[in-house]
Design a protein around this ligand. Structure first.
Ligand SMILES: [Zn+2]
Ligand SMILES: [Zn+2]
Length: 137
């Protein structure tokens, strides 16, 4: 079981199952949503994700049709996103998790959209869009 929350502490959540398909996403939307060079996202079954406190502080922005990013309206911490076509899943921003997690990132994605000032290092595979060998969930 993993626990996490936002910067101001209003929102706390728990994850009772595994985190799948962890990636560093360098797309322009993730960069803007995080204010950084990339977002680190992992997929959690919606049934394994539970808001413990602060559900009212969570607000959403539809960044593309059918996809909404949810963040704390007080401190702005990006918590998760939901895609209409995959109602059984949520995509969690791993930087908001406080627990040690056993899963590890498996790829860099949307590397063609990366910031010009960023240099991607390390041995993880890099993809122009989503990983071609992403686990189907
Ligand atoms: Zn907050
Ligand atoms: Zn992205």
């Amino acid at each position: 079981m993993y626990e996490g929350g936002c910067l101001c502490g209003s929102i706390r959540f728990e994850i009772t199952g595994p985190i799948h398909n962890i990636v560093y996403c360098h797309c322009s939307q993730c960069r803007k949503a995080q204010g950084g060079a990339f977002a680190t996202n992992g997929i959690v079954m919606a049934s394994d994700f539970k808001i413990l406190t602060g559900a009212k502080a969570l607000t959403g922005y539809q960044s593309t049709p059918g996809q909404t990013k949810y963040f704390c309206k007080t401190c702005g911490s990006p918590i998760l996103s939901k895609t209409q076509s995959r109602p059984g899943q949520v995509r969690v921003r791993l930087g908001t998790i406080d627990s040690d997690i056993s899963e590890r990132p498996m790829a860099h994605i949307f590397v063609t959209s990366k910031a010009t000032w960023e240099e991607i290092t390390g041995d993880l595979p890099q993809y122009e869009a989503y990983e071609t060998d992403r686990d189907a969930l």
